[in-house]
Design a protein around this ligand. Structure first.
Ligand SMILES: [Zn+2]
Length: 439
């Protein structure tokens, strides 16, 4: 992605618009269809009376550094994932105070972090393993971590369950021969090279031997976040005591509920697993999973800014506070992400979340994703409430915390992020404590 300041601004933009070539180009662009499109109107979202006070936020951070002692130009990224539990009952608020003292948060949340170092170009392991293979090994090893104690599965086990039964061949990273996915460590039948169960995601194929590796490293971080989410959710299915509180906990992620790039191929698996967990939760507790993510930038947020314009009152005044807009796939194709009419639906292969444009109680505009855990949610033309499970509860939480939504984002996410940025000791029993507390 281009950096923000790489975009044309000021004088260079004027020069661009005046250039004959640019005008010729503009003349060749097809104008939007004049066919009338129904404007997006707010949908009334019923709110439930039960109060959700527990939030589990998952967020990763990534810092890439040049290694001083390595080969010239050697780079590595430190990935840190944080799992933060926020107890809103401990959040003491005064009506007029918008800034919470940092100490209040320290008393309010507990965190777990998971760290991994991903090598970039020019980094050779002690035993001579070259950079790309070192990167492959690091992805596999990052999954050895365990966030939930007490005999719960490792992240690797969660991942291998997620991809079990996949039979799409991929190229052996050593000899390029077509290879079938395997579990754990195994050996290539063609070249005897070591294969890892994570090789099938082919992160290593994007590894850049000569340039920066921010993109593959970022994809690995996002992948780890999703595996961590599933790992934690699966933990709640493991006992009756745990599943009893599952519907009373809000799980919050930063960024879209989607899988892009090399691991996009597992997006349908993630969707199916979330739906299975949701359905089992409904079967055993009568209520479903409360999961959502928040998106602060991108095309949907920009579109929301554009349509929130009142001819008389000006920008930001068209929609009232607490307006929720549910765009159908038709609306999305015509107004937000262009797709020819015969093209595949936008996001069909990568997303496991539905888009909700929401203006909070305090007027902030954001995009909320709710998971596609129902048949209605799977049908992108369906904008009935059944397509957005527990949306009312999600929006209530956003409202309760929207006083504290600031530049840096949503409080639990900011907290997760700050924890992700501070190395903490692994271990502890955060999730166990969740269901041992009084409800
Ligand atoms: Zn091979």
């Amino acid at each position: 992605m281009p950096y923000e300041n790489q975009r044309a601004t000021g004088e260079s933009l004027i020069a661009l618009q005046q250039s004959a070539l640019f005008q010729e180009f503009a003349g060749r662009i097809r104008a939007p269809e004049v066919e009338a499109v129904d404007p997006l109107l707010p949908t009334d979202i019923p709110r439930s009376s039960s109060e959700i006070n527990r939030i589990v936020a998952i967020d990763g951070s990534l810092v890439t550094e040049t290694l001083k002692d390595g080969f010239p130009g050697a780079e590595a990224s430190l990935v840190q994932l944080a799992l933060v539990y926020v107890d809103l009952r401990k959040l003491q608020t005064k009506a007029e105070t918008k800034i919470i003292p940092p100490r209040a948060f320290n008393e309010m949340d507990t965190a777990h972090t998971l760290q991994a170092v991903l090598p970039g170009r020019n980094v050779v392991r002690e035993d001579g393993l070259p950079p790309r293979d070192y990167f492959r090994a690091s992805v596999f090893e990052a999954l050895q971590g365990k966030v939930v104690a007490h005999g719960h599965e490792t992240l690797l086990e969660t991942y291998e369950i997620l991809v079990s039964g996949r039979d799409t061949p991929f190229k052996c990273p050593h000899c390029d021969a077509p290879t079938l996915p395997s579990t754990g460590r195994s050996t290539c039948s063609h070249c005897d090279g070591e294969l890892l169960s994570t090789d099938q995601l082919r992160f290593h194929e994007r590894f850049n031997e000569t340039g920066p590796n921010g993109e593959p490293h970022g994809e690995v971080m996002r992948f780890l976040e999703i595996v961590l989410l599933l790992n934690v959710l699966r933990y709640f299915l493991s006992s009756d005591a745990a599943i009893r509180v599952l519907p009373d906990i809000a799980f919050v992620l930063d960024g879209p509920l989607a899988a892009f790039g090399q691991f996009a191929s597992v997006a349908p698996r993630v969707k199916a697993e979330l739906r299975r967990i949701h359905e089992e939760c409904v079967r055993r507790t009568g209520r479903g999973l409360l999961l959502f993510s928040l998106i602060k930038t991108g095309q949907f947020v920009e579109h929301f800014e554009q349509i929130d314009f009142d001819r008389e009152k000006g920008p930001g005044r068209y929609f009232t506070e607490q307006s929720a807009l549910l765009p159908s796939i038709n609306y999305i194709h015509r107004n937000i992400v262009y797709r020819p009419s015969n093209a595949k639906e936008w996001g069909k292969d990568t997303y496991f979340g539905r888009m909700v444009l929401y203006k909070s109680k305090t007027g902030q505009k954001m995009v909320v994703n709710t998971p596609m855990t129902s048949e209605q949610a799977d049908d992108l033309s369906d904008v009935s409430l059944a397509a957005y499970p527990r949306l009312g509860d999600a929006l209530t939480i956003v409202d309760r915390l929207s006083t504290y939504l600031f530049e840096g984002g949503f409080v639990p996410i900011v907290r997760a992020h700050s924890h992700a940025a501070i190395p903490l000791k692994l271990g502890g029993e955060i999730l166990k404590s969740l269901f041992e507390e009084d409800v």
